[in-house]
Design a protein. Sequence first.
Length: 261
Amino acid sequence: MTLLFRKKWLPLAALAVLAAAASLAVLVSSATAQSPIQPAVPPAVPVGKTFSYAAKFTCGLVPQNRVPLDPRQATAEFPPTELPLKPANYATDINVHNPQFKATVLWKKAVLSGWIGIPGAAGGATSEPEQRFDGGKYFPVQLPPDGAFSVDCADIVKVLHPPGPSPYPSFITGFVVINSPVELDVTAVYTSERQDAPVIHCLLSNGQIVAATPNAAGTPECPTAANGVSTISMSVTQTGTGLTMDVESITPKSVAFVGHD
């Protein structure tokens, strides 16, 4: 025996509603699957196994021995000891590039190893021999694929804040340390400009400008009041010569932090 069933047909309007609901469900599901995940806040210090790059920095002015560089210090004498670097104006620019195809989080800090100041100013003359400084504070950096950044002397002083005397003297030296879970391209560019011996001039009350003359101790002096003429101010004229530049590629070392298996 054959049973016949009556076919039930839905109206076109109902089919349209069902189709729209199905499309909406697909769109919602797709949007949920593709919604961006908010990046996690990177740890304040390196974790696990990292590549460690220690790039040397030299920043600022190493003054001429026994010659003042600041008009306010024109009567002071720089200690006649041998300075750690020859008199020059030094600058450092450290460049970091992520050659990977994915973003990475790295950490950077500055560690001070020595400094030179002007007598009478904050910081005194030079750091003590064999003086040891505390390590700097780490700053996390999120670097995109093929991304890059640089660290120069201004960044070292204003951003990384290497431990040391405050305010910083005329010259500081140390290391910028970068720790990364992946290998990076790290290059340091060093420039220096030799400084000619400064010439100290004296502005007199009659409008004349004369060169200061050394006294018996070798300290430059301006004319004292004589014949109604006195010294109003002093100025230092100094030019740079002998510009040099060196580029160094920094090789990493493997360093394990807490969290490394």
